[in-house]
Design a protein around this ligand. Structure first.
Ligand code: TXA
Ligand code: MG
Length: 334
């Protein structure tokens, strides 16, 4: 299969630019499209055959459910069986945007989407291309991140192509994803809501709207137990290079020098530039760190570094999500 790439500018595009993608999705094909978090690989959420193609393309385990993307609130009733008050409050505040809610699923959503669970993950992206695409198709689109399973999510069209060339018919490339890490995932099916995955929308912001929420326990260790969020048990976001996260910034430079003695090293620095060859420096900018983290993973892999050494940041606000992703990709944390 030849993979076609269409470049679309979020700030200036017409329905006509989406013609091919709409046609493919309507006939049960899969398409890579941009969102404000990371790129998604989407299919008609009500077409189980189409949805199965996503799992095959990504080599994703079939017990890891997908997020259903909608373009307007009218579509929510087709996806979710009920929308509790807390969901309403969060929707009002954060949609469209990078917040995924786990709700009871409607009968219309096939079990292939939810991996057999009675719940469904749903979000309304703020990316204009994503929303137009869903609107013009006329159905909700199920989409995980557009990367091969275990690889870092794609935040530029080219990275989706690196993983999915010859596997998907079409990639819509709209440049860099605005946020660069996946949406916050919050479960509302339990009495007290549970934060399953931290993201740009923080725990504090959510609690301001609906009161106290719980944090999910890390289920990585109990691989055979049925987890609350199936995605938690899988290896994620990992570049080929071994990732070392240095939480104490005073030890960072020393660690880099030590590992560099015998290895090719890539570096992600935050507070101070070290001036090395394969270094990305974020100049104390957390949003930039989030936006470029997966990008750096993939670019440093292309340079065939053995290790990627990262200067950690405080686990507060967006820092919680950044460190969460790095820890999941880490070979060593010190
Ligand atoms: O920002 C995002 O969320 C991106 C863009 C494309 O929207 N999508 C994304 O999808 O990150 P994915 O499949 O890579 O991550 C979805 C996560 C997985 O950890 C999955 O286990 C969890 O959401 N999930 C999906 N449905 C669930 C459900 N019914 N109950 C619990 N967790 C669920
Ligand atoms: Mg993913």
């Amino acid at each position: 299969m030849q993979t076609k790439i269409i470049k679309i500018n979020e700030k200036n595009f017409s329905k006509n630019d989406l013609k091919e993608a709409i046609k493919l999705l309507k006939k049960g094909e899969i398409v890579v499209f941009p969102t404000e978090t990371v790129y998604g690989i989407g299919a008609n959420a009500f077409d189980k055959k189409a949805v199965k193609k996503i799992f095959k393309a990504k080599k994703r385990p079939s017990d890891n459910p997908l997020i259903v993307h909608i373009s307007n609130l009218g579509q929510l009733d087709e996806v979710a069986f009920e929308v509790p008050k807390k969901a309403e409050l969060l929707i009002k505040k954060f949609w469209p945007g990078p917040l995924t809610l786990i709700l009871k699923k409607s009968k219309k959503i096939p079990k292939e989407v939810t991996a057999g669970l009675d719940s469904v993950a749903v979000r309304m992206p703020s990316h204009k291309v994503a929303r137009s695409l869903i609107k013009e198709c006329g159905f909700a689109i199920a989409a995980p991140s557009a990367n091969l399973a275990t690889m870092p999510s794609s935040t530029i069209g080219k990275h989706a192509l690196d993983d999915l060339n010859g596997i998907v018919p079409l990639i819509i490339d709209s440049g860099f994803s605005k946020y660069g890490i996946e949406s916050t995932v919050l479960s509302l099916i339990t009495k007290k809501p549970i934060l399953l995955r931290p993201g740009t929308i923080t725990k504090k912001q959510i609690e301001k709207e609906i009161g106290k929420i719980n944090l999910v326990k890390n289920t990585n260790k109990n691989i055979n137990e049925k987890p609350i969020s199936p995605g938690l048990k899988y290896k994620h976001y990992s570049p080929k290079a071994k990732v070392i996260l240095v939480m104490n910034k005073n030890h960072f430079k020393k660690k880099v020098i030590k590992v560099s003695e015998k290895n090719k090293v890539g570096v992600i620095s935050f507070s101070k530039k070290l001036g090395l060859e394969n270094e990305y420096f974020f100049n104390n900018n957390k949003n930039l760190f989030a936006k470029k983290l997966f990008y750096c993973f993939r670019e440093l892999d292309k340079k065939k570094v053995d290790f990627i050494i990262i200067e950690g940041i405080k686990e507060e606000e967006i820092g919680v999500a950044i460190i969460n992703r790095i820890k999941k990709a880490s070979f060593q944390i010190c």
